[in-house]
Design a protein around this ligand. Structure first.
Ligand code: BGC
Length: 741
């Protein structure tokens, strides 16, 4: 058993000890006794200190306040957490100041954005989601936590679980895409990976589900923008992965920057107190986003910092990230009677609970082992390579041009991403260092050795308009048997506030693809991106397109594995790829209209200049095998509250290679008290089929799978007729129906 699988196994074996929202275990009871004993000794000022988070300067993720007194603040217990400090020695030194000097010797909690690895960089989270492989995704988070905690970090600001339907939004890359069912399962896998399911395990750190809530619904895809939505939509789509994370024991949540229907998330009592801490009975603490307490003033929701602090703490935001509003105003607000001291006590209790839970009181330096053998180990890199190749989505493969033979005499490698260490790594890559990146060019060379000749030409820049490299690139193409074109977005076109109004390839890349195809040589495009891009203007000119996202440290080796057929691609899109930017937001689980589109029928919903459907739908992805679906059958035509039914289908691998397929189950509720989506993912199974093999795949459906937030805001299944679809994407057409009594 590898070290990673041992860790995962240990995690599963100890899962009964996991923090579960609301259920207080014997371990938690012991923790609360210690928390309460400590609280009883703390002054109001000491408690407020725990609610304050300051920043270091090793990462730049927001506008810095003045922290010139940080050392004095730490010694005096005026700060509970610090983010953005990298390096075990620095962290150990600050921790020592806190535990040796502060009034109650309370350890600090050090946070960092560890979204896709700490030093070993995995594909962007959206890419990982395309693997639909929950164990592998959990494995990446586990490694990220092991590496980060080795160097002082006890808290990651991940997973980002925002549903993203709008590809213009730059933060699409940080999450798991557009679907709440897939998104919830991935949220749980990531929480389990980071937290290791038991905090006595080495390398288990606190996870943070963010951004609570509906950050991805920002109007026009512009980060931080307003959101206005019904409570049913909020609960049905955007809150589901958060609920799953809370139920998985995610120790912390982070507020979103956006408002929802006029109330900024940080001061949103419905979200923070009523739903998260009330209905979900969740024991962890909520941190604001960077400066979001102070930003209530710019929102026009608070008139000054004092009111901003009052509104936020009253609404249930426990820790103030970098506004200094809690530090400056909470004491006075309590004295004035505007904030009840019990709320400060509750916030502090939650923060101390997390610190005890992590074991920081037992060993404040537990995260500072600084073992040089841990990061970027061969095992971690092997997982990064496997994760990357599992994340790739084969969008097109005309004439089965892929996989290429390793004996192909000459391969032209063209494009601005081919020999590029930076862009496959850049967004939210923590301490990932590009010097360790395997480029595409390097990966191909590693795979080929002397068996084939590679000619490399960059051709053009990613974003620039200089075509002086075109002629050399075209010449290289002409002398080759096949062209591999590495195209895409710059790495920093995605991430926080990296929003776009145009989703086509930037610079001259589309033109270069066009001219490369004009040479008559087959062009295989490796598409680097952190969001869905619009490919329609050149897609037909490419023989094959492999979406490789931003693949991380081992990207080049992983690409070579797939290009030469050592790995059969099996990724499926976790987001729809639009036909045109003007379609956005476009997503599979939309509602019908009163005039659903019908070919040739006037007055049915449509665009004049573009189809309604995306170019590549959610759940889509090809393989070197080809899978056929037949014999969709239901064990019963009716279902009631106490029964379940089995959906089965036969899946055959009609290809010549063994391959994996993600078999997907969708449901449509035909009539509801509220209108229902045309399809909703309700299950999937990733199966391996040998060439020529057929397998029967079954799913169980019960009425709880059909529940939704109804018109009376109750979560329940409504009787009526349902359709079931099974296939290899959300465009699945095999269909059956049943009635829920
Ligand atoms: C981002 C968060 C991040 C935080 C701390 C903010 O600007 O929105 O996602 O965790 O900074 O770096």
């Amino acid at each position: 058993m590898s070290k990673l699988s041992q860790l995962l196994f240990l995690g599963y074996a100890l899962a009964s000890n996991a923090a579960t929202g609301g259920v207080t275990s014997a371990e938690d009871n012991r923790i609360y006794q210690r928390v309460d004993a400590l609280l009883a000794r703390m002054s109001l000022e000491d408690k407020i200190g725990q609610l304050v988070q300051q920043a270091g300067t090793d990462a730049s993720t927001g506008v810095l306040q003045d922290y010139s007194n940080q050392i004095e603040d730490v010694k005096a217990g005026r700060v509970g957490s610090i983010l953005n400090i990298a390096g075990a020695d620095k962290i150990r030194a600050l921790q020592q100041l806190a535990v040796e000097n502060s009034p109650h010797h309370i350890p600090l909690l050090f946070g960092y954005d560890v979204l896709r690895g700490y030093r070993t960089t995995f594909p962007v989270p959206l890419g990982e989601a395309a693997s639909w492989d929950l164990a592998a995704i959990e494995g990446s988070a586990r490694i990220a936590a092991v590496e980060a905690s080795n160097e002082g970090i006890g808290w990651t600001f991940a997973p980002m679980v925002d549903i993203a339907r709008d590809a213009r939004w730059g933060r699409v890359m940080e999450g798991a895409g557009e679907d709440p069912y897939l998104g919830s399962l991935i949220a749980v896998a990531r929480v389990n990976g980071f937290q290791g399911r038991n905090f006595t395990q080495s390398g288990a750190i606190a996870a943070c589900a963010k951004h609570f809530a509906a950050d991805g619904a920002a109007v026009a895809g512009r980060d931080y923008n307003t959101v206005d939505m019904s409570e049913t939509e909020l609960r049905e789509i955007y809150l589901r992965p958060f609920k799953a994370a809370a139920e998985a024991g995610c120790l912390t949540f982070m507020n979103a920057f956006n408002e929802i229907s006029g109330v900024p998330s940080t001061a949103n009592g419905l979200l923070n107190r009523t739903i998260l801490k009330g209905e979900w009975n969740w024991p962890g603490f909520i941190v604001s986003d960077w400066g979001s307490v102070g930003q209530l003033i710019a929102h026009g929701f608070a008139k000054d910092g004092e009111q901003a602090a009052e509104l936020s703490v009253n609404a249930g935001c426990d820790m103030d990230m970098c506004s200094n509003a809690y530090r400056d105003h909470l004491g006075k607000l309590v004295k004035q009677g505007r904030v009840d001291p019990s709320l400060i006590e509750d916030a502090c209790r939650r923060i101390l609970y997390v610190k005890f839970k992590l074991g920081l009181f037992d060993d404040p330096y537990k995260f500072c082992k600084n073992d040089p053998a841990i990061s970027l180990s061969a095992e971690h890199r092997a997982h990064a390579r496997d994760m990357a190749r599992k994340s790739f989505v084969l969008l097109q493969n005309e004439g089965q041009i892929l996989p290429l033979s390793k004996k192909t005499p000459t391969i032209a490698v063209i494009g601005p991403l081919a020999d590029n260490r930076f862009d496959p790594m850049v967004s939210w890559s923590a301490l990932g260092d590009q010097k360790h990146t395997i480029t595409l060019l390097q990966g191909l060379r590693n795979a080929l050795g002397d068996t084939a000749r590679i000619v490399y030409e960059k051709g053009c820049d990613i974003t620039e308009g200089d075509r002086s490299g075109f002629s050399r690139a075209l010449e290289a193409a002409r002398e080759a048997d096949v062209v591999i074109a590495a195209m895409g977005e710059p790495g920093d076109y995605t991430g926080e506030n990296r929003n776009r109004t145009e989703l086509r390839l930037p610079g001259l890349q589309e033109q270069l693809i066009d001219e490369l195809a004009g040479t008559g040589k087959p062009v295989v495009v490796m598409l680097y991106c952190g969001r869905p891009l619009v490919l329609s203007s050149w897609q037909k000119k490419a023989s094959a397109i492999l979406c490789v996202w931003q693949p991380g440290t081992e990207g080049g080796n992983a690409i070579a594995d797939v290009v030469f057929g050592d790995m059969n691609p099996s990724g499926k899109l976790p987001v729809s790829f639009p036909y045109a930017t003007g379609q956005v937001p476009v997503y599979y689980n939309h509602k019908s209209t009163g005039k659903p589109y019908q070919l040739g029928v006037p007055w049915t919903t449509r665009y004049l200049d573009c189809p309604n459907d995306p170019l590549y739908p959610f759940g889509y992805g090809l393989s070197y095998s080809s899978f056929a679906y037949a014999g969709l059958a239901l064990s019963s035509r009716t279902l009631d509250a106490s029964s379940s039914l089995t959906v089965s289908v036969e899946v055959s691998n009609k290809g010549l290679r063994d391959g994996e397929e993600v078999v997907q189950l969708y449901v449509r509720d035909l009539v509801g008290s509220l209108t229902r989506p045309v399809k909703e993912l309700k299950g999937f199974k990733k199966i391996m089929l040998k060439a020529g093999e057929t397998a029967k795949v079954s799913f169980t459906l019960s009425s709880t799978d059909l529940a939704y937030w109804t018109r009376s805001l109750e979560y329940k299944a409504e009787p009526g007729e349902f359709k079931v679809f099974v296939g290899g994407s959300s465009a699945a057409t095999l269909e059956q129906s049943f009635v829920l009594n």
